[in-house]
Write a protein that binds this ligand. Sequence first.
Ligand SMILES: [Zn+2]
Length: 112
Amino acid sequence: MPHCTFCNVERDENDFYMHSSHKVNGREQKGYTCKSCSDLHYGDTWYPIEGYNEKCDISKRGTVRELRNGRYYNITYVQNAGKQYVYLSKGDKDMRKNVGSLMKKYIYKNQI
Ligand SMILES: [Zn+2]
């Protein structure tokens, strides 16, 4: 049974709040986070990222989630140096976006 990445609670796959899916050596590796751990580690306030093909939100913690098939997926990648980035697309162009600049653009503009 799937369990939360942070607190280890076991739940049905559909009862988790945040999902993740990464390809590791060609195999899909899934991750799950319950609602309270997601609020604690990823943030509980989300701001919409506009202008991309994906339907995404960003939190003040610098986590980006994508709404896909009615589920939230954490699509944030963390680099060795702790820098975070996401892959987004616009039209038929794929882009790698720095989470710091997305935060500036989509969070702080909402607070002025
Ligand atoms: Zn948890």
